[in-house]
Design a protein around this ligand. Structure first.
Ligand SMILES: Cc1cc2nc3c(=O)[nH]c(=O)nc-3n(C[C@H](O)[C@H](O)[C@H](O)COP(=O)(O)OP(=O)(O)OC[C@H]3O[C@@H](n4cnc5c(N)ncnc54)[C@H](O)[C@@H]3O)c2cc1C
Length: 665
């Protein structure tokens, strides 16, 4: 597209930072009282950017009801400061400075099962337990004001659209359902989800109808890396050279990229056996492979840097070459490895998906939040007044009443904004009859007892909750540092610029955002995807802040610290700047066109993948997760960290294992 040198920065007023959007209007007027359940002392210790936990409701006119309705909250969501404050004070050994730890309110509540964490794993654990013990009393605790963990729903009410606009703030889709275990698929079926029906809900002709380039075929080369901004859109049928015509790349770089994307090539590792090639690939990053094995120049390395960021949450310099080969990334056409089987060195996700090629269409408008919502409704039928039954269609527009989640007398109670602070057996773990479960709520500590506990929270949390754990198991839990991600939903007044530019998905070569894309064309259960370019739509933007050249774990720790200190305003500025630069030639103007923004910040995002590049124990083990997930007396351990594997089905499978292990008592 345009190759004219563009000023990469716009002033705040050009960006529309002073324009009214509902999140800021509410935030400015929000008081701490509007967001309950946290001690004032905890707030006093917040970093400057931390105040952004005071997210706003989607309906500025009805702030009070919006504040009670988590899917409608805009601003900074995901792992909010409000949710992290108590867990972090435990981590830092300063819980006592936030709350009086000597005064624990002993509630007269005993449960057959307490589940810590209301993500897909925790909710599934409650589901499996209830199936085995229909009369069981269950309490589910979570530190957030929303259930579902990463499976998060965002709602908007843009002007010019009568129906609510639904987006996903985390888990995107039922990825490769053919690879689901009988257990995980069985749970979906019990909830009324028939995955085959998505072929009717997902408009698979939509992109062709509007002549929008395929995912992966639009790259925004940024001035920071390439001297000038340039949007390269590869329309159907274009060669690589046509695609990159006018891009700020040297002729040599264009030749190299054309060779990378080619269907054939010379063997880059002549003389090595297949085994030796795999071993070599398993020791280097994809960036090393491009630069040192294929001889790509710096421009080409920069062009390819973020190609792994969206899928794996790390750039190419942290992602193994063996897994880049396994995923079919450019540059391996001549290597001659048999791809009918995965390499033994490939990461677990690639190995388990290897034989399957499902289309990426198994998407609810709110992503897998619909699975969480169906689980909650089946556990707590009163959570949706007037709906005795929900199925995969009716769940989409069902309105949950959050005040019904934790009512006295229910078999299952879901207590939000209630971080667990400790799990301790009443005596020796091997013989105790019950577990004391302590949690924080409304500025104080409370205690209930449980016959069984499934710890379905992040493992890095579990090690602080269970002081009885053997030290080796605590160390193993430390390894499960989740990889940070940000999923931002940006509501724009129309999507004409995307049609104008002929694209639906942009990969950025650097900066805050790895990807910006139009929301998926899914209509179901009475919900209508925006059909016409003149209608409001959600642009979803993904940031994978882990730096390169580091192990996944190191990168996660580093990026998380930065991420959690970043205020909403900084994300907002960056979103406006980025979209103006990428879509400006299509007539986009952030100041005029952006109506609302929700930034879902997942400091604790993907369960980390074991990769041979960094984890010498892979694939032979033993792995840290095997040690971390061992049963401790009456407490069993779930969460996707227990595999580890950042997928919904894994979270379900691990919940099932954890519930089965309770029978060993
Ligand atoms: C941005 C993003 C996109 C994804 N996209 C996909 C996708 O498209 N398809 C797919 O299959 N998978 C996807 N995944 C992975 C998938 O979402 C996860 O594997 C799965 O949802 C994890 O569920 P979980 O219950 O194991 O963990 P979580 O969802 O992390 O749930 C754990 C819960 O425990 C809570 N908790 C933590 N500490 C405490 C405490 N002290 N007390 C009480 N509660 C606590 C947490 O707040 C959280 O709510 C995605 C993940 C992310 C982050």
């Amino acid at each position: 597209m345009s190759d004219q040198r563009r000023r990469p920065r716009h002033s705040d007023s050009e960006l529309g930072m002073d324009r009214r959007i509902s999140r800021r209007d509410f935030f400015d007027g929000a008081s701490a009282a509007a967001v309950g359940g946290i001690a004032a002392a905890a707030l006093a210790g917040c970093a400057p950017g931390d105040r952004d936990w005071a997210a706003s409701p989607a309906h500025p006119a009805s702030a009070a009801s919006g504040a009670d309705y988590p899917p409608g909250m805009e601003g900074l969501r995901g792992n909010t400061q409000q949710a992290l404050s108590i867990p972090h004070s435990i981590r830092d050994g300063r819980l006592g400075s936030v709350v009086n730890t000597t005064r624990v309110n002993d509630l007269d509540e005993h449960y057959d099962l307490v589940v810590v964490g209301s993500g897909i794993s925790g909710l599934s654990a409650a589901h499996f337990y209830k199936k085995k013990h229909p009369e069981a009393k269950i309490l589910i605790l979570d530190n957030h004001d929303e259930f579902g963990g990463h499976a998060r729903r965002n709602e908007f009410r843009p002007e010019g659209r009568e129906q609510v606009l639904i987006g996903y703030g985390g888990t995107q889709a039922i990825d490769t359902p053919s690879a689901y275990s009988e257990t995980a698929m069985g749970l979906l079926k019990e909830l009324g989800i028939e995955v085959d029906r998505f072929k009717d809900f997902f408009d698979q002709k939509f992109y062709d109808k509007w002549k929008l380039a395929e995912e992966g075929d639009t790259v925004f080369l940024r001035a920071e890396e390439f001297q000038t901004d340039h949007l390269a859109v590869r329309a159907k049928g274009m060669s690589v050279r046509e695609w990159l015509a006018g891009a700020p790349l040297s002729p040599e770089s264009v030749d190299q990229i054309a060779a990378l994307y080619g269907d054939s090539g010379d063997d880059p590792m002549p003389g090595l056996s297949a085994q030796e090639k795999q071993e070599r690939l398993s020791r280097i990053s994809y960036t090393d492979y491009l630069r040192d094995v294929l001889g790509c120049n710096d421009q080409v390395v920069a062009f390819m840097k973020t190609i792994t960021s969206d899928e794996w949450a790390v750039p190419a310099s942290s992602w193994g070459a063996i897994d880049a080969w396994g995923e079919g990334l450019p540059g391996f056409a001549g290597i001659g490895l048999d791809d009918s089987e995965a390499s033994e060195y490939n990461c677990y996700s690639l190995r388990r998906f290897w034989k399957f090629d499902d289309p990426y269409i198994h998407h609810f408008p709110d992503g897998n939040a619909s699975i969480a919502r169906l689980l909650v409704h089946s556990l707590i039928p009163g959570s949706v007044p007037d709906a005795d039954e929900l199925d995969m269609e009716s769940v989409v527009l069902a309105e949950f009443d959050y005040s019904k989640l934790d009512e006295e007398g229910q078999d299952v109670r879901l207590r939000l904004q209630s971080p667990c602070t400790g799990l301790a057996h009443d005596g020796s773990p091997s013989s105790a009859e019950r577990v004391f479960v302590t949690y924080h709520r409304d500025g104080g500590l409370h205690r209930v007892t449980a016959g069984h506990v499934v710890m379905a929270a992040w493992h890095v949390m579990g090690k602080y909750l269970m002081q009885e754990l053997p030290s080796a198991q605590r160390r193993a839990m430390t390894d499960a540092s989740k990889q940070p991600l940000v999923y931002a939903n940006v509501v724009v007044r129309n999507w004409q610029p995307w049609v104008e530019l002929g694209m639906r998905h942009i990969r950025f070569t650097g900066g805050d955002w790895a990807v910006a894309q139009l929301d998926y064309p899914v209509s179901m259960g009475g919900y209508e995807h925006p059909e016409d370019p003149s209608e409001p739509i959600i642009i979803q933007m993904i940031s994978a802040p882990s730096p390169g050249d580091m192990s996944l774990r190191q990168g996660a720790v580093h990026a998380r610290h930065e991420l959690l200190r970043r205020p909403f305003e900084s994300f907002e500025r960056s979103i406006r700047q980025t979209l103006n630069r990428a879509l400006g030639d299509g007539g986009f103007d952030a100041a005029r066109d952006i109506e609302a923004i929700t930034v879902n910040r997942w400091g604790h995002g993907y369960a980390r993948e074991y990769t041979r590049r960094w984890d010498s124990f892979w694939p032979n083990g033993p792995t840290p997760a095997e040690a971390a997930r061992k049963r401790l007396g009456r407490i069993t351990i779930a969460n996707s960290d227990a595999a580890p594997n950042a997928y919904t089905d894994t979270a379900i499978d691990q919940a099932h294992r954890a519930v089965e292990e309770l029978d060993e008592l």
